[in-house]
Write a protein that binds this ligand. Structure first.
Ligand code: UN1
Length: 499
């Protein structure tokens, strides 16, 4: 039976004023309707923002360690419900259960980590240049934060945003992707159970319209968005024009470099996981593999046989290696890139089409695909495809490999396989992505370190780790003068010392 989730506004589960609802189907079987949820109107969104703005007045004065206690309790509840949450992730967005558990675990880790930050949130204390004066810096929240999240990590990525926003004293309006409504509902429900006061966390389901209404509401002080380049750019432009704080995370065209001296089996293993894990639908997925000529034939053979052996299917089945992609437009987009690649002169060495038969007909399945004969300037080597598709690009040496790696509009993650420590360090220094892996694939970021990318991947901010606190708060510098007289910085200096 299909469940209907409602918005959560000011501590109440609320039907949309719009009266409009959207549906989500199971991407492994689109005859299976999973749930419906509101298609929020501008008015629905405005109500959520209003509740958040009001709740901010008190939430920002709750001591951060007390705010953190709510998060700690939420992490405990999530951990207790891990299996249920993971199954819902698989049902609504398709990733295999093992990966869905990882997604949930990443959310739990982040929530515990951020709860700990509630008792730290270090600022600076530093000597004053003047006597009888004390200087420090403290963090202050932005006010209402809009969190607009994708479907590919429906638990982890919302936790990256909601938890640091809350602990630093903001209130939140959460607009999840319409392709992962269950996880969003569960997360908000858990925060409610953990004791978050009404209005502090509000949930407005919907699509682009709801997202735009949220970004444009003048009471929203900061927008945090993970999603497509096109939408992110628009949000960035709007926020720029309106002096609104904004954090953007928009994708990647990540590469694994495999040098001749690499451990071949290890490199193949890392490439298969990074290219086809989550059906290639990670910002960090390896959609380019830059292989040095000597190792290229052996590497390509092994990668192709591994890719062909991957078993497609429902992510809930223990035998499935690769689940469906998220929806029909994604399937079509990936299909179009097959044409684009062929027209550009690349060869499809395996895969290349929608996967049908064997119970796959009613799902959005795409065959794991490897392009060979790829040149770095081709569109398939430049644009994010966001599916189980990777390119093999040959190179002659480290220098060329690094140049190819860096020569794209994105800069999220990159990796190198080599046994030569000097080459590893050179690559680490020269690869201009926000994340670099040595002898591991491009995916697998941990929550206590900064996550984000250079160039078109983002706008310079980072999620996760302490860096997240910088996105969700601003510095306030405080000078306390207890001298009882007017002291002038830069001008009051000892007699006879005027510089
Ligand atoms: C994303 O795809 O937006 O490092 C997040 C990784 C995961 C997070 C990916 N821990 O691939």
């Amino acid at each position: 039976m299909r469940e209907a989730f409602r918005n959560y506004i000011n501590g109440r589960w609320t039907e949309p004023k719009s009266g409009n609802w959207l549906d989500r189907e199971n991407p492994a079987d689109y005859a299976d309707a999973v749930c419906s949820f509101p298609d929020s109107s501008r008015q629905d969104v405005a109500n959520a923002v209003g509740a958040a703005a009001e709740a901010f007045e008190s939430w920002c004065f709750v001591p951060a360690p007390r705010r953190a206690e709510v998060l700690f309790r939420a992490a405990e509840i999530m951990a207790g419900r891990k299996e249920e949450l993971a199954r819902d992730v698989t049902i609504e967005m398709g990733k295999v259960l093992k990966e869905a558990r990882g997604d949930v675990q990443e959310g739990i880790d982040m929530t515990y980590y951020v709860a700990g930050e509630g008792r730290c949130m270090w600022g600076q204390t530093t000597p004053s240049e003047l006597p009888d004066k004390f200087n420090m810096s403290v963090r202050q929240p932005h006010g209402v934060v809009a969190a607009i999240t994708p479907w590919n990590f429906p638990i982890a990525v919302p936790c990256w945003k909601l938890m640091p926003a809350l602990v630093t004293g903001n209130t939140v309006v959460f607009k999840p992707s319409p392709f992962s409504p269950i996880s969003a509902y569960s997360l908000v429900r858990i925060l409610e159970e953990a004791g978050l006061p009404p209005g502090v966390m509000n949930l407005a389901f919907g699509g682009d319209k709801a997202g735009a209404a949220l970004v444009e509401d003048p009471r929203v002080g900061m927008v945090s968005f993970t999603g497509s380049l096109e939408v992110g750019r628009e949000i960035g432009a709007y926020c720029g024009r309106n002096n609104k704080r904004v954090h953007l995370e928009m994708g990647g065209k990540n590469a694994i470099l495999v040098l001749d001296d690499a451990d071949l089996d290890l490199a193949v293993e890392g490439a298969v996981w990074s290219a086809f894990g989550t059906s290639g639908q990670r910002c960090t997925a390896a959609s380019r593999i830059i292989v040095q000529s000597g190792i290229a034939p052996g590497f390509t053979d092994q990668l192709l046989s591994r890719a062909q052996a991957l078993r497609l299917g429902d992510g809930l089945a223990a035998t499935t290696d690769v689940g469906p992609v998220v929806n029909m437009p994604a399937l079509e987009k990936i299909g179009r890139y097959m044409e684009i690649g062929r027209d550009e002169g690349a060869a499809i060495a395996c895969g290349g089409a929608r996967a049908l038969g064997d119970g796959l007909d009613k799902g959005y399945f795409f065959q794991p695909t490897v392009f060979t004969d790829v040149r770095p300037a081709m569109r398939i080597a430049q644009e994010e495809i966001f599916g189980p598709v990777t390119d093999i690009i040959r190179c002659s040496d480290l220098e060329q490999a690094v140049a190819i790696n860096n020569g794209v509009q994105f800069g999220l993650s990159s990796a190198i396989y080599t046994r030569d420590i000097s080459k590893a360090f050179k690559a680490m220094e020269r690869m201009t992505t926000g994340i670099v892996y040595i002898n591991a694939g491009t995916i697998g970021a941990e929550v206590h370190l900064p996550f984000g990318g250079t160039r078109g991947t983002g706008n310079g901010h980072r999620e996760a780790g302490q860096a997240a606190l910088d996105s969700y708060s601003e510095w306030k510098t405080v000078y306390i003068d207890y001298s009882g007289r007017l002291q002038k910085a830069q001008m009051d200096r000892p007699e006879g010392d005027q510089g």
